[in-house]
Design a protein around this ligand. Sequence first.
Ligand code: SAM
Length: 331
Amino acid sequence: MKRETLTYEQFLHQWASQVLPYLSPRDLAAAACACRTLSYIAAGVTSRRTADAARSLERYQIPFLDSTISPHPYSHFIYTRHTIISSPSSFSQSWGGEASKGTVTDCERLQGSSSCFGGIEVGCDCDSCKQGRCSCWSGMELGVFKECGESCRCGLMCENRKTQAGIRIRLNIVRNERKGWGLHATEAIRKGDFVCEYAGEYLTTEEARIRLKTYDELSSKGRISPALLVVREHLPSGKACLRINIDATKIGNVSRFINHSCDGGNLKAVLVRNSGSLLPRLCFFASMDISEDEELSFSYDSFSSSVMGRSKAGVNKLRLVALFDAEVVFE
Ligand SMILES: C[S@@+](CC[C@H](N)C(=O)[O-])C[C@H]1O[C@@H](n2cnc3c(N)ncnc32)[C@H](O)[C@@H]1O
C-alpha cells in the first residue's frame, strides 16, 4: 500500500488537533501564539470548551460566559459527575464530547460499588421504592439523608436516587471581575430541589494536608482557584467520627465554581449516603426558590454548622472546618 506523505502543514495540523485539547487554558493560549495553524486549532478547542464545561457528561450543556473587560481563563480541571477515589495514576481528558474516555469513568463506576468502601450490605429489597415503605428513605430535613444504592434491589430509575443522575437543571458559569467565575441558574429552581453534587476526589487527610500546602502557595500567586472541602461528621459525643476531604481543584464538576455568600446564599449542603457505600456524598439543594439568572451560592464558613440531623446512629452534626481556600483552619 502506498503511504501518503504529509506536508509539514498537514502534519502540524494533525498533531495539534490531537495534542491541544489536553492543554490547560494557559498553555493553550501560549501555543496559540506560536503560529497561524496552532492559533486556528486553539480557537476551535476554546470554543468547544466554553460551550460546555461538563463536556457532554451532564443532561444539558453548561457554558462559560465571560463579558468582563479583561477576559480570564477558567481553572483547568477534569470533569467527573460524582466524587471519585483519588488515584495516584495521572488522569487525562479531552473536551467536546470525548470526555467519557479515560480513568475517571472507571473510578466513577467504582464509586457506587460497595466493595470499594468495604461496603455495608444494608440495601432495600423493594421492586419499586415508596416513601414510608422502603427502609432506605429518610427525611430530607435531617441534614444527612439516605438514598438507595448498590446494595439495593431497585434499579437506577428508583425514586429514591434523585442525586445520582447528575445535574438535571440548566446552569451556566459567568465571569465576574471581583469574584471570578460563578455558577448561575438559567432556569427557575424550586426550594428543596436537588441542584448538584459537590464532586471531586476523596482524599486521605494526609494527602489533603499536602495539597493544601501547595494550593496555598499557588493561590497566593493567583495561579489557581483551590476547591478543597473538608467535612466532619460528628457523633453525639462531639468527637469526630468521620472526616471527609473532597478536592475539586483538579478533578471535579461545576460545583467548584460556586462562590461564597455572607448571607448564607441560596444553597443548602446535605450529606447523602447511598445504601451499600460507606462514604457519603455532599450534595447541594436549593434552600429557597431561585429565579432564572440568579447566582448560586452558599456561605463558605457558616452554612454547615447549622446542619443538624438525626440518623439511625444517633444525632449527627455536619461541620465544615475548612473550605475552598488556602486560609484553612484545622481543628
Ligand atoms: C471554589 S472557588 C469558586 C470559583 C472561583 N470564583 C473561580 O473563578 O474558579 C473559590 C474562590 O473563589 C473566590 N470567591 C468565592 N466567593 C467569593 C466572593 N464572594 N467574593 C470574592 N471572591 C470570591 C475566591 O478567590 C475563592 O478562593
